[in-house]
Design a protein around this ligand. Structure first.
Ligand code: CO8
Length: 265
């Protein structure tokens, strides 16, 4: 399935169960206007529909990337920024839809990742960056702060000093520093970037999908709640996973010394 929305390209690789959403406003460095926010949501929803008619889990992972040579996303569209269209017309933000999406979402970052673009990447489950990428919160230069929780999320990943440095100075940092600070999972050399991302996504998509979905929920719960409540939540998820065919398959494969084949059942 390859589909084209106004500002987003959607593709699905049946063999691996991997969807790709390409933010497609390269002339504006994929800046987020209302249409792009809505199209990211629509693209994710159309990928999720793959699961509705599947026997098990069809969609194992989603890659979110930016079109063109220069940017993942240069933040909110400054032209339409203060207008009501900047937020898109959907009831939920694309940040929330990514965070709540059942399959893991991987931000594939090759170039500028700024402002709302960095917040979009922070909403994803993983951030993989090429070595020439740059990161920053330029909002302070416009007299505002990252409006979608950017400071909060950077603070959780990299601590308050880094969060405040990024947001108060508005400067860009290199991919190497973003990696050192824990803001991105991996930084790859430019000539290895495509292959490395592909390997990462293929391996993730081959993991037991119901377990992966449960781990995503558990990690989200850890951000929102105390340890005791979080551990109780994990116990429930664990009990549910013990009943799955995937768990039986994983245990059988271990006993038979072979690779498991998980179907998400
Ligand atoms: N919005 C609209 N257009 C943009 C944006 C943007 N954010 N960024 C770049 N562009 C456009 C440029 O205007 C230019 O267009 P044109 O060719 O028609 O002149 C084109 O993209 C290429 O840009 P440059 O020529 O500037 O390319 P450079 O390589 O020289 O510079 C930079 C690239 C450094 C990325 C530079 O373009 C820049 O600083 N861009 C602005 C970055 C920025 O300030 N982003 C907005 C941050 S604010 C934000 O994201 C708020 C989020 C709050 C979310 C709240 C949700 C509720």
């Amino acid at each position: 399935m390859d589909e084209s929305l106004e500002t987003v390209l959607v593709a699905f690789d049946d063999e691996r169960g991997v969807g790709t959403i390409t933010m497609n406003r390269p002339d504006a460095l994929n800046a987020l206007n209302g249409q792009l926010r809505d199209d990211i949501i629509a693209g994710l929803e159309s990928l999720e529909e793959r699961n509705a008619n599947a026997d098990g889990v069809a969609l194992r992972a989603v890659v979110l990337e930016g079109a063109g040579e220069k940017a993942f996303c240069a933040g909110a569209d400054i032209g339409g920024f203060s207008s009501e269209s900047a937020g898109g017309s959907s009831a939920r933000s694309h940040y929330d839809v990514i965070r709540d999406f059942p399959a893991p979402v991987i931000a594939k970052i090759d170039g500028y990742c700024l402002g709302g673009g960095l917040e979009t990447a922070l909403a994803c489950d993983f951030r993989l960056a090429s070595e020439d990428s740059t990161f920053g919160f330029p909002e302070v230069n416009l007299g505002i702060l990252p409006g979608a929780g950017g400071v909060q999320y950077v603070e959780k990943l990299a601590g308050p000093s880094v969060a405040k440095e990024l947001a108060m100075f508005g400067n860009h940092i290199s991919a190497e520093r973003a990696g050192d600070e824990g803001l991105v999972n991996h930084v790859y050399a430019d000539n290895e970037f495509e292959d490395e991302v592909d390997d990462f996504v293929t391996e993730l998509a081959g993991q037991a999908p119901l377990a992966v979905q449960a781990i995503k929920k558990s990690a989200a719960m850890a951000v929102q709640t105390g340890l005791e409540e979080g551990i109780e939540y994990d116990r429930q998820l664990f009990a549910e996973l013990l009943e799955t065919e995937d768990h039986a398959e994983g245990a059988a494969a271990f006993g038979e010394d072979r690779e498991p084949e998980f179907e998400g059942k």
